[in-house]
Design a protein around this ligand. Structure first.
Ligand code: UDP
Ligand code: MG
Length: 189
């Protein structure tokens, strides 16, 4: 089994790269953001609750996302592995994920961290706002999402660095270029 976390600030290209990697390496793409947006569209109780957090750029409570992740992992027991996209978003969630995988006889193998400068992130997210109509892609919420990322999510890097699983990747360039950089890391091991 190969399990990886695709990591990086909002707008760094996690979703785009996760979709490509899931095809080339036969992994299940598990995007907690996509699951939450689906829950909002379906007007489920979780969706109604999550919407308030997402529209402010805050993190949805740990217990809600943790439950979603466990459900998704246990629904895919035959998977060759997972790409966790958008999760874990803080150290508590990282510890939770490690425990969950350990109980199932596996673990995280790579934290692939996409590195993109702040100005480029804002440029990309404002462009996405015009295309995808996401309610959280406006300047004020984008700035808060980036702040939450620096305050709460960045410490996840150290958590996996200590485990020897941290792989930074330059997130600038074409989709293909970035994809090749990530593929090289996974193929090497
Ligand atoms: N979110 C969250 N926990 C998750 C995934 C998403 O709290 O595990 C919320 C959070 O409010 C975030 C928003 O959903 O700002 C959008 O998340 P997504 O991962 O889609 O955005 P990205 O960071 O990739 O732009
Ligand atoms: Mg995303």
């Amino acid at each position: 089994m190969t399990n990886l976390i695709i990591f990086g600030p909002p707008g760094s290209g996690k979703g785009t790269q996760a979709v490509k990697l899931s095809t080339s390496f036969g992994l299940v793409h598990l995007s907690t953001g996509d699951i939450l947006r689906q829950a909002i569209a379906n007007r489920t109780p979780l969706g109604e609750k999550a919407k308030a957090y997402i529209d402010k750029g805050e993190l949805v409570p740990d217990e809600d996302v943790a439950q979603m992740v466990v459900n998704a992992v246990d629904r895919n027991t035959d998977a060759g592995g997972f790409i966790f996209d958008g999760f874990p978003r803080n150290v508590f969630q990282a510890e939770f994920l490690d425990r969950t995988l350990k109980e199932r006889g596996t673990s995280i193998h790579y934290l692939i961290a996409l590195e993109v400068p702040r100005e480029e992130l804002i440029k990309r997210l404002l462009k996405r706002a015009e295309i995808e109509n996401r309610t959280d892609d406006n300047l004020q919420v984008i700035e808060n999402r980036i702040k939450v990322y620096y305050d709460q999510t960045i410490p996840v890097i150290d958590h996996y660095k200590k485990q020897g699983k941290y792989y930074p990747v330059n997130g600038l360039g074409t989709i293909e270029e970035v994809n090749r950089r990530i593929g090289d890391i996974i193929n090497k091991k």
